[in-house]
Write a protein that binds this ligand. Sequence first.
Ligand code: CA
Length: 620
Amino acid sequence: MRKFFTFFSALFSICIFISQDSIFRVEPPNWWAGMVHNEIQLLCYANNLANCDFKISQIHNDVHLKAITKTSNPNYVFIDIEISNNADPQNINLEFSKNGDLFKSFDFPIYKKDSSGRNGFNQKDVLYLITPDRFVNGNSENDDIPHLKERPERENIWGRHGGDIEGIIQSLDYISEMGFTAIWINPLLENDMKKSSYHGYSTTDYYKIDPRFGTNTLYKTLCSDAKEKNIKIVMDMITNHSGSEHWFVKDPPTNDWINFEGKYTQTSHAHYSVQDPYASKYDKKAFVDGWFVETMPDLNHSNKMMANYLIQNTLWWIEYSGISGIRMDTYPYNDKEFINDWSCAVKKEYPNFVSVGEEFPKFPHAATLSYWQEGKKNYDNYSSCLPSVLDIALMKSFINSIKDLEEKDQWKTWQEVYYMLSNDFLYPDPYKLVVFPDNHDTKRIFSTLNEDFNKFKMTMVFFSTIRGIPHFYYGDEILMTNNKGNNDGGTRSDFPGGWKGDKINGFNGKGLTQQQKEAQEFVKKLLNWRKTKNVIHYGKLMQFTPYSNGIYSYFRYDENDAVMVIFNSKDKSEIIQLDRYEEIISEYKSAFDILEEKQYILKNNFEIKPNSVLVLELKK
Ligand code: CA
């Protein structure tokens, strides 16, 4: 197996041939026969390449040269080739020569597409979100890569700390034992930025894992090692913008490669201008074409070559690495026609693959989010192939419901989350949404809850049992907080035990407080229970109006099973009146609370303790 990867790695490294005075790049570095996407465009880059003569040698009948395109920048040549479905694996050779002398040559391999396809994550899964620089430093030798611009600095919350892919591979057993079945990893592609490169959202090479995280080969190993432990890998991707240090930003092929002709123009962040029926063209452009920040130039998707480049890059990673899903960053910031072409190209190539889009507006609502989901009939006829959306609306409404329980009008307790779920009719398929209490862009959930352990337990139960596919953020299970700052750097702090010499170790429990250990056991029990519950994965949802007594309840149910979840957010015990649940519990005799492991008889009303949650499996 390792030998095979070394072989791939050797082929990959050919694509960046650095001679003394010039760089030669060909992207993508290879393709596959049997792909639906069988007409590909190679971006070739070298100093004055367009002034060379070009030929393809060793070309077979089943591979056709379709077009050669030059741009206003002589350093680029775009080559379109078509690969027949029945083409055999082969190398085609690209040759650029000047005055009869060979200038650059490149062997472009064509492999066979993996016939097993790519299956996406689904409702059976619980995702573990990892910020890789901050999780586990599995290889301290890659912490400082001399040719990259930023040096490691673990004491700085905005600096690079050294976590890497090797660290994730070493932690697969822990992740699996905790009950997680998929890992979404924040971006791993090269970010050769001068500072704050740790977060990974400023891509400087679309075909290369950042050497501080590992190599392409190691990423592939992670995918296959994880698969052996029944863990799926979800790749974080960004098509909206790149990093300002990207070579094609510094030397773009065309004047319109980057929006606003490469001149920094801040986005308005006015998400709603995309869906707003009253929006002006001015506002739409200001939002979609504006740059996320100055160091993240906005890519121009209306340039066909750019659009092609990004779509091919995505298909390349899916086929190359064996991932089971993509989380697409800043989804609505993309040109919406382009991002639809993108999601449909992925769907066409891999019908069972799943991508989830991030829409993170200031006032999140199902009305805004549902616009993007596959199957949605929109007023403007916009139709999408995107299977899933990150349900920020449910996250915000849940937090508003649980956070201020004491302060606000008690009648309102739980109303916001109840109300938001009642808007699920807006989604073509709410059961496919990804639900979560926090992520790398929010405060840590335990800090949001003012370190209230009971509320923490309620939160974990809610997101593990409500409709959708849950994700949690690394360290939620050991109550990690924002003690280093209420900002991104503070949220994304190091997982204890991930670095040699750490005094506290979340993996083996050394130095954890009693409460942290209890939290970890709680999450482990809950998620491992969820793994086996088809009714939680695919059952329907029925919710009951929250009462002013602080009780909120819902059921997940199908023809065979039902699970009842009841929250009491008040500081006193409450009696659960069962008569209102008659339509669903009538055929059941008893209920088993999976958390306290306690039996209830459904003939009698029963008590729920203050600030607690019951997860009841109904028994016939
Ligand atoms: Ca490292």
